[in-house]
Design a protein around this ligand. Structure first.
Ligand SMILES: N[C@@H](CCC(=O)N[C@@H](CS)C(=O)NCC(=O)O)C(=O)O
Length: 290
């Protein structure tokens, strides 16, 4: 069919080709393992299999925050899963996350290992396990969980909707970009109004709601997502910017965002994390001479 002819969906959709967009090479219409691969296991109670995308960063920030509070039980081994190379479809990874997406956690601190997938579930699991970053008072807890689940529902419009059509799709489709730019600006306005009345999303204190929302909307408002700062006029969301800057200054956040990072400045890339000292000695600039 010519590129300009309107697309008329066939009666039955079939998968017969890659669609040409970024990441098309790993997309398939079926789930399950595609190859045999046993996952590595380190010495710490928590084993994390991830990559420093916004969804991955939520968990490494949470773990670094817990360690900063003195919870030694939050020591973890972080293993790199290269999703562009299809490592999320290895049999070991699929056993931990049948949905084949990072992040995935194996909690080996008890008698029986517990698998946890979906970043929101992982944040809640860790918050409840260590009694941190999730308020216990009923109203505050409800507010925190409301923003946590808001992120889980909202971010696919930002990433899978706006980011995909603005930055990754093989052609720029005005209808799609318009639709998702509108929604993303609406979401930024939702956050801006909330953060105009409250220092953090759940109230006075920093919680797992902020930890979940910051890697997506903090990056976006700082112009660090999809090269879309000017397009979306992110400087207008002043309360989100104030919040993003404050969270970005936290040492645990600065460490967490480096873990399982395999892109960007080599000094910010810690491919695997097995020890607190790794931040000082094992970043890519130190391992690979430039
Ligand atoms: N709702 C999931 C989303 C996880 C997700 O989309 N992970 C992406 C990277 S950010 C992934 O692993 N993609 C690989 C794939 O789709 O094959 C969560 O919050 O954990």
């Amino acid at each position: 069919m010519s590129k300009d002819a309107p697309y008329i969906p066939p009666k039955i959709w079939t998968f017969d080709k890659e669609n040409g967009g970024a990441f098309a090479g790993i997309n398939r219409p079926t789930a399950g393992a595609r190859h045999e691969k046993v996952l590595p296991v380190g010495r710490h109670p928590l084993q994390l299999y991830s990559l420093a995308t916004p969804n991955g960063v939520k968990v490494t920030v949470m773990l670094e925050e817990l360690l900063a509070l003195g919870h030694t039980g939050a020591e973890y081994d972080a293993w790199l899963i290269r999703i562009n190379e299809g490592e999320q479809f290895g049999s070991g990874f699929v056993e931990i996350n049948p949905n084949s997406k990072i992040p995935a956690l194996l909690d080996r601190s008890g008698e029986k290992p517990i698998r946890v997938f979906e970043s929101g579930a992982i944040l809640m699991h860790l918050a409840e396990k260590f009694g941190a970053f999730l308020p216990t008072e009923t109203g505050l807890r409800a507010e925190c969980l409301s923003w946590l689940f808001w992120q889980m529902g909202a971010a696919p419009y930002l990433g899978g909707g706006f980011g995909h059509f603005y930055a990754y799709a093989p052609e720029k489709i005005e209808y799609a970009i318009d639709r998702f730019a509108m929604e993303v600006k609406r979401q930024l306005d939702v956050l801006d109004r909330r953060l105009a009345e409250s220092p953090y999303l759940a109230g006075a204190d920093y919680t797992i709601a902020d930890i979940a929302v910051w890697p997506w909307y903090g990056n976006l408002v700082k112009g660090q997502a999809y090269n879309a700062g000017e397009f979306l006029q992110v400087q207008d969301y002043t309360h989100v910017l104030r919040w993003a800057d404050k969270i970005g200054e936290r040492p645990a956040v600065q460490r967490g965002r480096m873990v399982n990072r395999s892109f960007g400045d080599p000094a910010t890339q810690l491919h695997e994390r097995h020890d607190a000292d790794d931040f000082l000695t094992k970043t890519q600039d130190k391992l690979v001479p430039e």
